[in-house]
Design a protein around this ligand. Sequence first.
Ligand code: CO
Ligand code: ZN
Length: 322
Amino acid sequence: MELLKKLTGTFGPSGCEEKIAELIKKETEAFCDEIYTDALGNLVCRKKGNGKKVMFASHMDEIGIVVTFIDEAGFLRFADVGGLYLRNLINRRVRFENGVIGVIGTEENNEKRQMAKMFIDIGAKDREEAEKMVSIGDMAVFEGELTVQNGKIISKALDDRVGCYVLIEAMKKVKSENDLYFCFTTQEEVGLRGARTAAYKIEPEYALSVDVTDIGDTPKAPKMAVKLGKGTAIKVMDYSVITSVEVREKLIDIAESRGIKYQREIMMEGGTDAGVIHFTKGGVKTGGISIPTRYIHSPSEIIDEKDLKASIDLLVGFAEEI
Ligand code: CO
Ligand code: ZN
């Protein structure tokens, strides 16, 4: 769990993934034949083989905020980097890359939430002092240290550092003749941008994106079949993709033959890197492995250790058997 703690704790909003890439590179170097980064910052680790060309994608970036304005009194105005839920923001702590901590406040005294009425308090006495601490364009991310309790993992940025963790652990275990590309992508949260150029360059025959998915098992949650602790989720569809029937059925076969617990997933909000990979060039047979996650895009996302292990096992199975 030490590695997942490092991954979630490392600063990396969209467009600022260098530190995550560095950490992943150190961890994976010994387990692959070739590593490269491209102009968009994607980190690609290849395990060479003579078989099928397969791409796995998890995004390195996390959601955050960007400073747009600093007022006379030293309060910061901001915009979102990725999809923030306004209900998650008030009185939350955010951390800038240089370590400065801010607290999000609002002008509004009611339950209505508008980002335009919110501000970040970094304890500066005026604009001049604030400008010594942060600049326009600086990004910050949620605070939310990783904790393990009752087999559950609670942290910020599990979306999608847990996917990166799955790829890393699978890379260490897999024994396959296939030509495997483990891609750690950039800027997913602002529109699946890194995966687009990564897939275009690789031209894979098959692809899997590994990301988090919503659950339907908390009180009065929307009716959704996926539950925490009930296994890895095999994606059927989300807002960005309808997965390849061949890939989906293969994943189910592998899960059943290897005794891996799984559930079928349809996520009606949001998408993943699969959304751009599947229509790259002449098209790529693409599927998805998802880790069931509560409170996505909050400082306290929750996953189950068993689902995490099942996701690693299924990815290894796919790499070996496709
Ligand atoms: Co996300
Ligand atoms: Zn994600």
